[in-house]
Ligand binder design. Structure first.
Ligand SMILES: Nc1ncnc2c1ncn2[C@@H]1O[C@H](COP(=O)(O)OP(=O)(O)OP(=O)(O)O)[C@@H](O)[C@H]1O
Ligand SMILES: [Mg+2]
Length: 292
């Protein structure tokens, strides 16, 4: 078997933040804790978890934008150096902010090509090819971001990410800033591209119904740790960790069978419990059950 495209071994990130009077004290935020995972070639790995669970921090470490506190990142089986170019590209949540407003579509797409030393004549042909891939008309090459809709901007961001044929494409909430109808079209495009080009994706989302349709394997992230992992079918059919059940219970129900299979998660004192509280709660229920 060939080496996985991406392997994370014990990846952790702690941020020091100032607080207290005049910021004189510092506190550590353990954003990512000992995360290990592998993504095989052509696979879609879904990373789910609520806001603040560490999803983007993991993405930024893989991209080389944030330095890990501990752990190793391997691409094609080889550890990556702390700095420098990586054969990984990312599509960000907000397509408006990720495109330079002063650059035309063609200029935005050719920035990563120029870094790779592709000449102007070749890159014009490549821009036309990439626009076709993301189903935008060729003449969009001369447009500026303000002349595009949100969905069109995200297609340009996808084209730019594909320009250098990355080994791994990280999609960090790629459609959450878009209208629902546009969302589905962009997800369809990503699925088609993935299949046609054999792309490897790390797909980050808090939208579990999207994840269920799109991902082959899933990791559920909670307070910076992966608490559950498996094929999307396994995790969604029979989540084993209390927190995954909680997340999955909040997915809109699709059929009567699913409604029956849907687990009910206890709110403790009217609130979504912490992992510790939930485990304690389940232990209490078990001990009460065994007495009865
Ligand atoms: N540069 C930073 N400095 C200090 N704390 C940070 C920094 N970046 C992230 N954090 C903290 O790390 C934790 C994880 O943040 P992260 O952005 O990775 O979460 P996320 O899962 O992507 O959330 P969301 O779904 O809202 O995008 C949060 O508590 C966040 O406040
Ligand atoms: Mg994020």
């Amino acid at each position: 078997m060939s080496a996985p495209v991406l392997e994370l071994r014990g990846l952790s990130k702690a941020f020091r933040v100032r607080h207290g009077f005049m910021g004189r004290e510092t506190r550590e935020i353990r954003a990512v804790n000992d995360v290990s995972l592998t993504i095989g070639r052509g696979e879609v790995y879904g990373l789910a978890g609520e806001s603040g669970s560490g999803k983007s921090t993991i993405a930024r470490m893989i991209m080389g934008l944030t330095e890990p506190t501990a752990g190793t990142i391997l691409i094609d089986g080889a550890p990556v150096a702390h700095a420098g170019q990586r054969p990984v590209q990312m599509v960000f949540q907000n397509p408006g902010a990720s495109l330079n407003p002063r650059r035309t579509v063609a200029q935005s797409i050719t920035v990563p090509l120029a870094v790779q030393g592709v000449g102007a004549a070749d890159s014009a042909a490549r821009v036309a090819e990439l626009l076709e891939m993301v189903e935008l008309p060729r003449h969009f090459a001369g447009r500026y971001p303000h002349e595009l809709s949100g969905g069109q901007k995200q297609r340009v961001a996808i084209a730019r990410a594909l320009a250098t044929t990355p080994k791994l494409l990280i999609l960090d909430e790629p459609t959450s800033a878009l209208d629902v109808s546009v969302q589905a079209k962009v997800m369809d495009l990503l699925a088609d591209l993935g299949r046609d080009l054999g792309l490897t994706y790390l797909f980050i989302s808090h939208d579990l119904s999207l994840m269920r349709n799109f991902a082959d394997r899933v990791g559920i992230l909670y307070l910076g740790r992966i608490v559950e992992t498996g094929t999307a079918d396994q995790v969604f059919a029979a989540p084993s960790h209390a927190y995954s059940r909680l997340l999955i219970a909040s997915v809109p129900v699709m059929s009567e069978d699913e409604a029956r299979a849907r687990p009910t998660i206890p709110l403790i004192d009217g609130e979504i419990p912490t992992a510790e509280a939930l485990v304690a709660h389940e232990a209490k229920q078990l001990s009460q059950g065994s007495k009865a």
